[in-house]
Design a protein around this ligand. Structure first.
Ligand SMILES: NC(=O)c1ccc[n+]([C@@H]2O[C@H](COP(=O)([O-])OP(=O)(O)OC[C@H]3O[C@@H](n4cnc5c(N)ncnc54)[C@H](O)[C@@H]3O)[C@@H](O)[C@H]2O)c1
Ligand SMILES: O=c1ccn([C@@H]2O[C@H](COP(=O)(O)OP(=O)(O)O[C@H]3O[C@H](CO)[C@@H](O)[C@H](O)[C@H]3O)[C@@H](O)[C@H]2O)c(=O)[nH]1
Length: 329
């Protein structure tokens, strides 16, 4: 039987483009909705239609649903930079929460029955102990985390009426690039640690700043659970299948490896792969950063049968660096 068509919002962006590749590789018809505010047309494979649209524009989304017979939505579109959410919370609530509200409304009118949502570890705030399972209290410490948690709450309440089922995937820190070199992180003005450090490794930046060396962690720098973007994309395909197979069940799943890596450990791993050190400048803490975030992925593994393929830190770093070299060449 042929597979139904999936709408990928934010499919021209970093993670969304890897999900588009995973769907496309597995034979799912895909349509991308992206306003290209931070995405690239080139990230979308040939043959996949791109509709240039703001997902918060309910009328435009209704037009899209009238033209394309969409069975399910993977909703990646949104704004992603934690410190920007601290300086401009109004924009973050608009582009994440309000836009999601509009998209959900348009999807309901079009009778769409499955929504997979890009949520975040930032919903947990600054937990005292790790690893975190999904029942940990959600107490965001920045507007970005709140904007995502509010969207999760909308999905939960509306799904309870039977309108659709949903999956909220709470990503920890996404890193790396497609092992075949077809996509990677390409946005200008990047702020993510490994991306910034790889830009320094290829000479696009003079150094990498280390934001805070006095955290209550073994080396004083923040600890994160870095997950390879292609392992995350594979989890999305499994989650989509679960939503379609069990239409009365919704779920919230952490996406990480259950392994903590400090900022300095990540930079050491890059230096080892690169073969020469990237200059580091030790600096002050950045606003909105929790000291440590590490996932328990027990539920993800049990619920979806997910098996990571690219978890090795050197593999993550190598793919990110190869992509950066490709961009620079
Ligand atoms: N990168 C991470 O480590 C991480 C971690 C947790 C959660 N997430 C979530 O994953 C999703 C994707 O993140 P990413 O890292 O790929 O970011 P990205 O910026 O590369 O991708 C987001 C895409 O959405 C598009 N977009 C933004 N607002 C839009 C709007 N209103 N209408 C239409 N398109 C819009 C952008 O043009 C871009 O292509 C986001 O929702 C983000 O919050 C990311
Ligand atoms: O140039 C840099 C960039 C980052 N960091 C530090 O590296 C860590 C990771 O930061 P970053 O890569 O910016 O990611 P986070 O702020 O942890 O946020 C990411 O990971 C979250 C989930 O954990 C997601 O919700 C967000 O969307 C995503 O941006 C933090 O301690 C930063 O302070 C530096 O020291 N120097």
């Amino acid at each position: 039987m042929s597979k139904p068509t999936i709408l990928v919002t934010g499919g021209a962006g970093y993670i969304g483009s890897h999900a588009v590749l995973a769907l496309h590789d597995a034979g799912w018809p895909v349509v991308v909705a992206d306003n290209l505010s931070n995405g690239r047309r080139e990230a979308i494979p040939d043959g996949v239609p791109l509709v240039e649209v703001d997902v918060g524009d309910a009328a435009a989304m209704a037009d899209l649903f009238a033209v394309h017979p969409i069975a399910a939505i993977m909703h990646f579109a949104g704004s992603i930079v934690v410190p920007d959410s601290v300086t401009d919370p109004h924009y973050y609530y608009r582009n994440n929460t309000v836009a999601s509200h509009a998209l959900i409304g348009a999807a309901m009118k079009a009778g769409i029955k499955h929504i997979l949502f890009s949520s975040t570890a930032a919903t947990y705030g600054a937990p005292e102990t790790v690893p975190l399972d999904e029942d940990n209290p959600t107490r965001p410490i920045n507007p970005y985390g709140w904007s995502k948690l509010m969207t999760e709450q909308m999905l939960r309440d509306i799904a309870a009426t039977g309108a659709f089922n949903y999956g909220a995937l709470r990503y920890f820190n996404v890193a790396g690039a497609d092992p075949q070199g077809r996509s990677g992180q390409a946005s200008k003005g990047a702020t993510h640690l490994l991306k910034v450090a790889c830009e320094a490794a290829v000479g696009k930046r003079s150094h990498v700043d280390v934001f805070g060396t006095d955290y209550p962690t073994p080396d004083g720098t923040c600890i994160r659970d870095y997950i390879h973007v292609s392992d995350l994309a594979a989890a999305h395909v499994l989650a989509l299948e679960a939503l379609i197979d069990s239409p009365s069940e919704s779920f919230t799943l952490n996406c990480g490896y259950g392994r903590g890596t400090s900022v300095l450990e990540m930079l050491d791993a890059l230096d080892a792969v690169n073969g020469s050190p990237v200059a580091r400048v030790m600096g002050e803490r950045r606003a909105g950063d929790p000291p440590q975030l590490v996932a328990s992925n027990r539920r993800l593994v049990e619920r979806l049968g997910w098996t990571p393929r690219f978890a090795d830190t050197a593999t993550i770093v190598r793919s990110a660096l190869e992509w950066e070299r490709r961009l620079a060449s």
